[in-house]
Design a binder for this molecule. Structure first.
Ligand SMILES: [Zn+2]
Length: 562
C-alpha cells in the first residue's frame, strides 16, 4: 500500500552532514552509514519497512471532526490541513494497516511527523482508537510507531481529550490480554508521549530518539537551566527505566517478531521427566552446609544470564521500572524455554569478572529491580504465560539508596503480586537465596533448589555476627540455620532439588543447564493446565501452612497429590 518513491540521487544525513548515495540510503533503511543517525521516515516508508512484503491491508479511514473550532490564527486551520494533505499525500498524521512482521500478525498505527508535526488531534485519536479496536477484534498485537510534537492546538481542548480516548483504547487491550508494543521515534512529545506511546506493554525506542512530555526548549526557558547532553534521548530513557530497549532500525523487525510471537500455551502437555527433580534428601550427595554456602557463592557458578543463553530461545531482555531506573542486578525478559513461552526473571551476580560483579551490585537488587520484575510479572499475567524465576542473591541491598527508593515496600508489593498472579510460577534457587531479596522472586507454585544452592533468612556471617558475636562462627551458623537443600526439602520450603554435575555446577555449565531445563520443564508442564483459581488456591495454601504445622515435607506432599 505504501507508495514507493524513487530515492533521490544523494541524501544529506541530518546527523553528520555526510552525503549518502540514495540507493544506499534506502538499503540502510535511512540510517546514516557514517554516524548511525536514524533519518526520519514517512508513514508509508515506515509501513513498507516494518511489515512483511505484500501483507499490508489498509484499515481506516474513520469518521472524525476535522476543524471542530473553526480555528483561525494567521491562516485558517482548514487551509493548513489542506496544505498538509497535499504535501504528504496522507489524510491525517497517522496511517494504519494490518499485516505481519516476521510472519506474526499485528495491526500497526504509524505516525507521520510531516503532517502538522504529528500533532494529536481528533482524527489521530480516532485512528489510533480504530487500530486498537481492530487489534482487539482480531486478537492480534498492536504496534504503534510514534512521532509527534504534542497536542494539536487548533482543535483546542478536544485535542486534549484524545489522550484519554486513546488511553481507554489501550486499557481495553490490557483487559483482553492483547499485547501492545510502541516504537518511539524522534521526536515523541506531549500528549502522544503521555498516552498511548508509554502505555504499551513493551516500549522500544530508536537510537537517539527523544521522548518526553515537555520539550527541552520549554524546560530551559522555564527553569533557566541548561539541560545535560543527551537529555530525553532513547539512551537516557533506557538508563532511567522509561523504555524497555533501544533498538537500531535494522534490528527492529526481528525484535518485534520475537515479541509478537508470544502466545499462551494451554495444556495438557506431555509430562516432564519425573526423575529430573530429586524429591528426597537422601538422593543428595552429603555435603556439610558450609560447603554448600561456598559452592552457592562460587564465582564461576552459572549465572542467570548463563542459563538464559543456554536454555532460552528468542530471549528478549526488557529493561526498566518505568519510574526511575533500570536495575542491573535483576535480568528480565521474554522467550521460549523448551518451546514454552515464558517470562523469565532472575538475579544476576555478574559472573567471574569483578568489574561486572560490581556493576551488577553482586546480585543485590535496587527497588527498581523488584519493580521491573513486578512489571514483567503483570505482563505474564496479561498474556497468560508462565513465570520462571532464577534466584541468586546474597540478599536485599544494604544501602541508603535502596532505602530511599522504598526497598521494603517494593519487596512487599512483589510478595502480594505473586500471591495473586493467575499464571504458573516456577522459582529455582540457582545459587544463594538470601532473605527478602530472594523471597521477592520466590512466591511460586513450585520452588526448587539446585543441589548446591541455599535459602536463608540471613547470611551465615550476619547471623554469626549478631547471635554468636563472632563472624568466625559462620560455619556453625550455616549448620544451625538449616539452609542446605536437604534441610530445605524436609522443612517443606522447597518442593524438590535440581541435581548438579558431580563436582558442582561451576565445573560444567552445559550439564548444569540441561539438568535445570529438565527440572523446570517438568514443573511447568505439570502446572500449565491448571486454571488461575486452582493455581492461586494451591499457592495460598502452600504459604499459609508455613509455621502452622510441623511443616515436614508439606510442600512435597502437595506435589504427590497433583
Ligand atoms: Zn551521519
Amino acid at each position: 500500500m505504501a507508495e514507493r518513491t524513487e530515492p533521490a540521487d544523494w541524501v544529506r544525513c541530518a546527523g553528520c552532514g555526510a552525503l549518502v548515495y540514495g540507493k544506499r540510503w534506502t538499503r540502510t533503511l535511512h540510517v546514516c552509514p557514517d554516524c548511525g543517525h536514524h533519518g526520519r521516515l514517512t508513514a508509508p516508508e515506515r509501513l513498507d519497512q516494518l511489515l512483511d512484503p505484500g501483507t499490508a491491508e489498509s484499515i481506516g479511514p474513520v469518521p472524525a471532526l476535522h476543524d471542530p473550532l473553526g480555528f483561525v490564527d494567521s491562516r485558517p486551520y482548514a487551509e493548513r490541513l489542506e496544505r498538509a494533505r497535499a504535501d504528504t499525500g496522507l489524510p491525517e498524521a497517522v496511517l494504519c494497516a494490518a499485516g505481519t512482521v516476521e510472519g506474526q500478525p499485528c495491526v500497526a498505527a504509524v505516525m507521520d511527523f510531516r503532517f502538522l508535526g504529528g500533532s494529536l488531534g481528533c482524527a489521530v485519536g480516532a485512528l489510533i482508537t480504530h487500530a486498537a479496536r481492530t487489534s482487539l477484534e482480531r486478537r492480534v498485537p498492536l504496534v504503534l510507531v510514534t512521532a509527534s510534537g504534542g497536542a494539536r492546538m487548533q482543535e483546542g481542548v478536544l485535542s486534549l481529550m484524545q489522550m484519554a480516548k486513546t488511553a481507554q483504547a489501550m486499557a481495553e487491550l490490557d483487559e483482553a490480554g492483547v499485547l501492545t508494543v510502541s516504537v518511539i521515534t524522534d521526536p515523541t512529545y506531549g500528549g502522544v508521549a503521555a498516552s498511548f506511546a508509554t502505555l504499551a506493554d513493551v516500549i522500544l525506542a530508536e537510537p537517539g530518539a527523544r521522548m518526553g512530555f515537555a520539550g527541552p526548549r520549554v524546560i530551559e526557558q522555564t527553569t533557566g537551566e541548561k539541560l545535560p547532553e543527551g537529555f530525553q534521548t532513547a539512551e537516557f530513557l533506557l538508563a532511567h527505566g522509561m523504555v524497555d530497549d533501544v533498538v537500531p532500525r535494522v534490528g527492529l523487525r526481528p525484535v518485534l517478531g520475537r515479541l509478537l510471537g508470544l502466545r499462551a500455551v494451554t495444556g495438557p502437555l506431555p509430562p516432564g521427566d519425573g526423575a529430573a527433580i530429586l524429591r528426597a534428601a537422601d538422593e543428595l550427595a552429603d555435603h556439610d552446609p558450609w560447603h554448600s554456602v561456598r559452592l552457592a557463592r562460587h564465582p564461576e557458578r552459572p549465572t542467570t544470564l548463563d542459563y538464559i543463553r543456554r536454555l532460552v530461545d528468542d530471549f528478549q531482555e526488557l529493561h526498566g521500572d518505568r519510574l526511575a531506573e533500570d536495575c542491573p542486578a535483576i535480568v528480565a525478559g521474554t522467550g521460549r524455554l523448551a518451546g514454552t513461552p515464558v517470562v523469565l526473571i532472575g538475579h544476576h551476580k555478574g559472573g567471574p569478572d569483578l568489574g561486572e560483579r560490581r556493576r551488577r551490585n553482586f546480585g543485590m537488587a535496587q527497588p527498581s529491580g523488584y519493580r521491573k520484575a513486578a512489571r514483567l510479572m503483570r505482563l505474564a499475567a496479561k498474556l497468560r504465560i508462565p513465570v520462571v524465576t532464577l534466584i541468586d542473591t546474597p540478599g536485599a541491598s544494604p544501602g541508603p539508596e535502596a532505602e530511599t527508593g522504598g526497598q521494603a515496600a517494593a519487596i512487599a508489593e512483589n510478595l502480594r503480586l505473586m500471591a495473586r498472579l493467575p499464571v504458573p510460577i516456577v522459582a529455582v534457587l540457582i545459587g544463594e537465596g538470601g532473605s527478602g531479596g530472594a523471597l521477592a522472586l520466590a512466591v511460586a507454585d513450585r520452588v526448587l533448589v539446585c543441589a548446591n544452592g541455599t535459602y536463608s533468612v540471613i547470611s551465615p556471617e550476619g547471623c554469626a555476627a549478631i547471635l554468636w558475636k563472632d563472624p568466625q562462627a559462620a560455619p556453625a551458623a550455616a549448620a544451625s540455620l538449616r539452609l542446605h537443600p536437604g534441610d530445605l526439602l524436609s522443612l517443606g520450603v522447597v518442593d524438590g532439588i535440581v541435581p548438579e554435575p558431580p563436582a558442582g555446577a561451576h565445573q560444567d555449565h552445559a550439564a548444569a543447564a540441561d539438568l535445570l531445563e529438565a527440572a523446570v520443564t517438568a514443573a511447568l508442564h505439570e502446572l500449565i493446565p491448571w486454571d488461575p483459581d486452582r493455581l492461586r488456591a494451591a499457592r495460598r495454601a502452600r504459604f499459609h501452612r508455613y509455621g502452622t504445622d510441623t511443616g515436614t515435607g508439606a510442600a512435597a506432599a502437595d506435589w504427590s497429590q497433583s
